[in-house]
Design a protein around this ligand. Structure first.
Ligand SMILES: Cc1cc2nc3c(=O)[nH]c(=O)nc-3n(C[C@H](O)[C@H](O)[C@H](O)COP(=O)(O)OP(=O)(O)OC[C@H]3O[C@@H](n4cnc5c(N)ncnc54)[C@H](O)[C@@H]3O)c2cc1C
Length: 292
């Protein structure tokens, strides 16, 4: 298939992009890496009448560490670049661990962080990571901007808090607390395929090795990334031993998701995967927190 006809603009400044988006909020689409949007256009699943190519915008692809230790990532940063960035490896090891699971190197060399978050595929890795890391997202529009927490950003199947006319411009990740460990695990039929199920885990220990805080976010088992908050909260205040981890994983798989089976995996198989992956990810995160 070929796309339906559309107009095309490639502004060279953020103000210009926001102006164009404000003028045609309902029929314009932002084109970033194009790795999701172009297939949608070709299948005519999306038929915007205007494409606003943001690839020529300067300054929105940076990686910086703010004075408070927050990692600031430009929304236009390519996934492949982030995968190789030393600041990301040091300050956001969960993101670094997840990135190699996103498609293939050729796709990551074009695909952007912001494009993945804005697209909000429930099987995508980066939305789950943003949620697990309590990311904040900066959304700009003509005449203003706002910050939205990741937990408020993902609204459902391919749905986010982005309003017509808004552009995601930056993602902020808080610095990991001391004695924190992270793990990302997923099962896909072939490496680079979308996951059948996946897990992002983060734990923080106190000086005695007791769990202070745990996060467990699940992908490909709901309309959006699922925060298994009850299972994770039950881990706080005790040791991260095998029994407690197994119980948290069981609770997440049995009580915090309602997966829909498809031709690739039944609902039962997805539950099974979550139970196994969650236990493994929490155990791996604990080991890394102990070594931190
Ligand atoms: C063969 C193949 C396999 C893939 N496998 C995976 C996978 O395993 N896991 C995975 O997560 N992804 C996968 N993808 C998708 C890929 O990761 C995309 O790069 C990503 O989803 C979208 O990023 P993009 O920059 O290409 O965005 P685009 O395709 O340009 O845009 C996607 C959507 O987001 C909007 N958008 C983009 N940037 C912004 C912004 N800054 N502000 C507001 N809206 C914006 C666009 O308007 C569009 O609606 C795969 C893609 C292909 C082709």
């Amino acid at each position: 298939m070929k796309p339906a006809p559309f107009d095309y603009v490639a502004p060279r400044s953020l103000d210009e992009v926001l102006e164009v988006l404000a003028e045609r909020p309902d029929d314009a689409k932002v084109l970033a890496g194009g790795q999701s949007l172009i297939p949608l256009l070709n299948f005519r699943l999306a038929q915007p009448t205007l494409l606003v190519d943001v690839n020529r915008l300067p300054g929105l692809d940076g990686v910086a560490v703010a004075s408070d230790g927050e990692l600031r990532l430009g929304a236009l940063a390519r996934q492949g670049r982030l995968e190789r960035d030393p600041h990301v490896a040091e300050r956001a090891p969960l993101l670094a661990a997840a990135l190699p699971h996103v498609a293939h190197p050729q796709i990551r060399n074009r695909g952007t962080l912001g494009g993945s978050l804005a697209h909000a595929d429930p099987a995508a890795e980066l939305p789950a990571v943003a949620l697990a890391l309590d990311a904040r997202l900066r959304l700009a529009r003509r005449g203003g901007e706002r910050w939205v927490a990741a937990r408020d950003f993902f609204r459902g199947l391919f749905a986010t808090a982005l309003e017509p006319g808004e552009l995601l411009v930056e993602v902020a990740l808080p610095p990991p607390p001391p004695r924190s460990g992270f793990a990302f695990l997923e099962v896909a039929r072939r490496h680079g395929d979308y996951a059948l199920a996946g897990v992002a885990a983060a734990v923080t220990l106190d000086e005695r090795g007791v769990c202070r805080r745990a996060r467990l976010v699940l992908l490909a088992v709901g309309d959006a990334p699922v925060d298994a908050g009850v299972a994770a909260a039950a881990l706080a205040g005790g040791p991260l031993d095998v029994e407690r981890i197994a119980e948290a994983a069981r609770h997440a798989a049995e009580s915090e998701i309602d997966p829909v089976g498809d031709i690739h995996a039944s609902a039962d198989f997805k539950r099974h995967l979550i139970r196994v992956l969650a236990a493994r990810a929490l155990a791996a995160a604990r080991l890394r927190a102990e070594a931190a």
